[in-house]
Design a protein around this ligand. Structure first.
Ligand code: HAM
Length: 414
């Protein structure tokens, strides 16, 4: 048997997923976001420059291949870099540019519950905005989506502020000193990260390291006057908008492009892979050809993880009603043409209908109609054919009514 590729999933019923996606799209439209689409294939260099060579994504998780002409191409591991590339390449002049993309992303991670090698994200970005008020408005948008639309509870919005480049330099120096003092207590990965990507030690899963880092220097204590003011403004605006958050000084996010605000929505209902949305303020563009870096704020929703959460209390949501299904059952081959005409007539009148053409006993076919969720079974035997009627069985009540073929549409609509 040929099986699916490790770390990928089959979804054999996408109705709930589609409901989630269309609810997100509707919500984002209200907030004046436009949907755009960018390719799944991108130049590898795009992510090397945007996400950073020392990040896990670029250093070990990308699906990369070389084309016959020697180009290095990859399957996109995230959407943000592509959105900024598209903004610059297409010379978009709108600022701020509020857009979202939805689609599959690819990361060669160790698969586990909630972590796949192919997964879908909805990535929403406000491109080219300096105002910290946008960060607050953006977090309210997400919080409202999860609370009001999907009725999620048991989740927390973790928030941190990474300051500007100079703040991070000052913090890094203090952190390196702290790590050097405690070098014998930290794991080998953290020893390596100390030199290459110091802030990432906070992503370490080792319990001893995690305990030690609760007393490590905090970025918040190294903010310049302007950043202190912005951070204060952000927390004030969030309180004003009734957005609950928990400050997490160790939240640094695994991509290099962030500065200032960073956040993650996580839920204890998800297990180890508990973040279902993450993002923050970032600077990108200069490396892809813009005159200066663009200041932006964005986030990506992990659609698979959000689906897992929504599935847990789907009964609290008002999902769109499926149209009632009517199943036409011919007794034998002789009634098949008439049955086909009938199902076609129902469909032409926008009624959901199907036909059972298999050779099987009537009781077997009735069981199939029941399993399919039919409201009515429309049975045509030799008598009905001769008399121009249909035996219509109400599958819920078990009653059968004989209806003239000419009256069937009004009967079903009635
Ligand atoms: P990220 O934190 O790497 O950020 O991913 C965002 C979300 O995608 C995660 O919180 C998680 O729900 C989901 N996700 C990530 N990797 C996997 C995986 N292997 N399997 C299943 N779900 C996964 C970004 O991608 C940034 N581009 C977000 C952003 C947008 N920042 C600014 N704008």
């Amino acid at each position: 048997m040929i099986t699916r590729v490790r770390g990928t999933e089959d979804n054999l019923d996408v109705r709930l997923y589609n409901f989630i996606l269309s609810s997100i799209k509707h919500h984002l439209t209200l907030y004046n976001f436009n949907e755009i689409d960018t390719p799944i294939l991108e130049h590898t260099e795009l992510f090397v420059r945007a996400v950073g060579t020392e990040t896990d994504i670029v250093s070990k998780e990308m699906y990369i291949f070389n084309t016959a002409s020697g180009e290095s191409i990859c399957l996109r591991p995230e959407g943000t870099a592509s959105v900024i590339r598209a903004y610059i390449e297409n010379k978009v002049e709108q600022a701020p540019w509020k857009v979202f993309i939805h689609g599959p992303m690819f990361r060669h991670e160790r698969p586990q519950l909630g972590r796949w090698r192919q997964f879908s994200q909805t990535s929403l970005e406000i491109v080219n905005t300096q105002s910290i008020a946008h960060d607050a408005h953006f977090l309210k948008l997400l919080d409202r989506l999860f609370t009001d639309i999907f009725k999620l509870n048991h989740y927390v919005l973790k928030l941190n502020f990474l300051g500007c480049l100079d703040d991070r330099k000052a913090h890094k120096a203090a952190l390196v000193e702290f790590l050097t003092t405690h070098q014998t207590q930290i794991c080998q990965t953290c020893v390596a990260r100390k030199e290459k990507n110091t802030l990432r030690v906070f992503d370490c899963k080792n319990e001893d390291c995690k305990a030690l880092y609760t007393s490590a220097p905090k970025i918040i204590d190294h903010l310049c006057a302007a950043c202190i003011q912005e951070w204060g403004q952000l927390t004030q605006l969030l309180s004003m908008l009734s957005v609950n958050y928990a400050i997490d000084h160790t939240l640094v996010r695994g991509l290099d492009y962030y500065n200032k605000t960073v956040f993650e929505f996580s839920s204890r209902d998800l297990g180890a892979q508990n973040a279902f949305c993450g993002g923050g303020r970032y600077s990108l563009g200069k490396d892809f050809g813009a005159k200066d870096n663009l200041s932006c704020v964005g986030a990506a929703i992990g659609m698979g993880r959000l689906l897992m959460l929504v599935e847990k209390h789907v009964q609290q949501l008002s999902l769109p009603q499926e149209p009632a299904l009517h199943v036409v059952i011919p007794f034998s081959e002789q009634q098949l043409p008439l049955a086909l005409m009938l199902v076609d007539q129902l469909l032409a009148h926008q009624l959901a209908a199907d036909i059972l053409c298999e050779k099987a006993s009537i009781s077997n076919l009735m069981k199939k109609a029941n399993k399919a969720g039919a409201k009515y079974a429309l049975i045509i035997g030799p008598d009905e054919q001769a008399q121009g009627t249909i035996a219509v069985k109400n599958m819920l009540k078990g009653e059968t009514t004989v209806v003239k073929q000419a009256d069937i549409i009004s009967f079903l609509r009635g």
